[in-house]
Write a protein that binds this ligand. Structure first.
Ligand code: NAP
Length: 252
């Protein structure tokens, strides 16, 4: 295989969740630039359509909906065409000290960050929507291994997502289906703005100052996603990539 084919996505159709914002939007744009076709989904119709307008609107597809609802994952799985991969970027962060946690807060984070990923993947697999040699990629976080104060739910949800990813890799290797995760540090997206509002500008500025290469941009994550989706990573499954501009080197 030549280098262009190895790293390209020509002829591949990829489902991208969380495509109405931040990392998911950039991932969708880059897949199309690499020659692939995307099926994008997000909750906010207006912002999802803004992403759609950046793509090839004659070829690509968009489905707006809430992945935590009872019906939408089922509908999405049924409507989706045959897929060569998925990038699960939908996610939510809200920090609380442990003593303030309760059922509804646990549910709010675990549902979209973990359960919806499991349910959507399960439905797509049951409907045989993933072609042989499909590549599934999940957005985890360095928080899964390096927890922060107030991060019980976010950190635990990402650790659970990583374990789920490894289980898919074991169960579906016989079809050549691969599953991996990315572990970014701080990336400048609307989620970063939310984290800043939850903490404070001072706390976030001090955190950002600890990144030897500075904070990440959505494009940094999207470029790594292209590798995991493409045939170049055909022997890579059940693993993850830390992308943090060198931050965690200091913590080890
Ligand atoms: N930014 C970072 O620093 C960072 C670092 C490490 C890992 N990550 C992970 O990377 C992923 C993308 O993060 P981001 O920074 O791009 O966040 P973002 O800009 O806040 O985007 C989150 C996306 O998730 C979607 N989403 C949330 N709840 C949903 C629901 N119930 N149903 C359907 N879609 C839902 C949002 O849809 P709507 O906006 O349409 O509601 C949005 O498209 C997340 O999993 C996050 O945990 C981010």
């Amino acid at each position: 295989m030549n280098i262009t084919d190895s790293f390209g996505l020509k002829g591949k159709t990829i489902l991208v969740t969380g495509a109405s914002s931040g990392i998911g939007r950039s991932v969708a744009e880059h897949i199309v630039k690499a020659g692939g076709r995307v099926v994008i989904t997000g909750r906010n119709e207006v912002r999802l359509n803004e992403t759609f307008q950046l793509l090839d609107t004659k070829r690509d597809l968009q489905y707006a909906g809430d992945l935590t609802s009872d019906d939408f994952p089922e509908q999405l799985a049924a409507q989706a065409p045959q897929l060569d991969g998925m990038v699960y970027c939908a996610g939510f962060v809200h920090s609380f000290p442990i003593k303030f946690l309760n059922d509804s807060k646990i549910r709010e984070t675990m549902r979209i960050n973990f359960e919806s990923a499991v349910l959507l993947t399960s439905k797509l697999l049951r409907l045989k929507k993933f072609n042989n040699r499909a590549s599934l990629l999940f957005l985890s976080s360095i928080s899964s291994e390096f927890p922060h104060k107030g991060g019980t739910l976010y950190c635990a949800s990402k650790a659970a997502l990583e374990t789920f990813t490894k289980t898919i890799a074991v169960e579906y290797a016989h079809q050549g289906i691969r599953a991996n995760y990315l572990r970014p540090g701080m990336v400048i997206t609307p989620m970063y703005d939310k984290a800043k509002a939850d903490a404070s500008s001072e706390v976030m500025d001090a955190h950002i100052a600890r990144y030897p290469l500075g904070p990440g941009q959505p494009e940094d994550i999207a470029l790594a996603a292209l590798y995991f989706l493409s045939p170049a990573s055909r022997w890579v499954t059940g693993t993850g990539l830390i992308m943090d501009g060198g931050l965690t080197l200091d913590n080890k």
